[in-house]
Design a protein around this ligand. Sequence first.
Ligand code: HPA
Ligand code: ZN
Length: 322
Amino acid sequence: MPLPKAELHLHIEGTLEPELAFALAARNGVELPYADTDALRTAYEFTDLQSFLDLYYGLMAVLRTEDDFADLADAYLARAAAQGVRHAEIFFDPQAHLARGVAMETVVAGLGRALDRSEAVHGVSTQLIMCFLRDESAASALETLETAKPYLAPQGPIVGVGLDSAEVGHPPAKFREVYEAAAALGLRRVAHAGEEGPPAYITEALDVLGAERIDHGLRCVEDPELVARLVRDRVPLTLCPLSNVRLRAVDVLAEHPLPAMLDAGLLCTVNSDDPAYFGGYAGDNFDAVRVALGLSPERLRELARNSFLAAFLEHDEDRRSR
Ligand code: HPA
Ligand code: ZN
């Protein structure tokens, strides 16, 4: 029985397995520049974040209809459930779809259809977080938030905003205005920071964007003062160990700083990021760190517990304090 866990750092577009990509390409008459699924898998030789993003955005061409997004999310939820995921807070990249002429309604209705039946079918509760592409303009992010208004909680499934894509050169402060607008709308706020970017981007995501969780946050270890702050304020970090190896944020998994981060008292969680591209889902990431880093059963339980503490779920203490 896999440990029950919440997944908090998962890009739904990153769950597109080669087999589904080819099936959707055939369904939609999209020509892929790969002979078959093996040829596509062979292309998964990333050297950094950008080399991954180029392939990831390219393959999204097969996602066109509401059914495509529903099938994508349903396939992820089935796999996640099999690996012990009981709650998933799922990222999507609306701008990447809007730019291809796929409407917000198509994306959210498709994902929403799978999410609506997820508890009954897979036993996984879900929330949706829309991410702004940080290499697009601040104006585009604001426009995207405007387009998403009909789909925001409580009427719609979108509970929060995030920030992803190419990090270096696109500091969090660029998105101050859209995060302020999101906060005013009652949305939760997270941001990728400190994956490839410097520790200062983590500080900026907290101070300028009001981020409640940091996605990745790996490079905080370079700044002891920042580590002390993250520990003191119990700021959750959504680490993605297999992603870090595949995108070369760490050389090998055995050198991942996760054990030292836990020892330092950081509220770390383990997640899959883009499991179809990086070699595994949430449970696979847990298994990989257990083996490569020799994590004890207590440490693994701590990670699983952290995932629920860091989730945007209503906790018992919240309920009691009302
Ligand atoms: N970092 C930034 N952007 C992303 C990622 C990531 O790990 N995955 C999908 N978009
Ligand atoms: Zn990510």
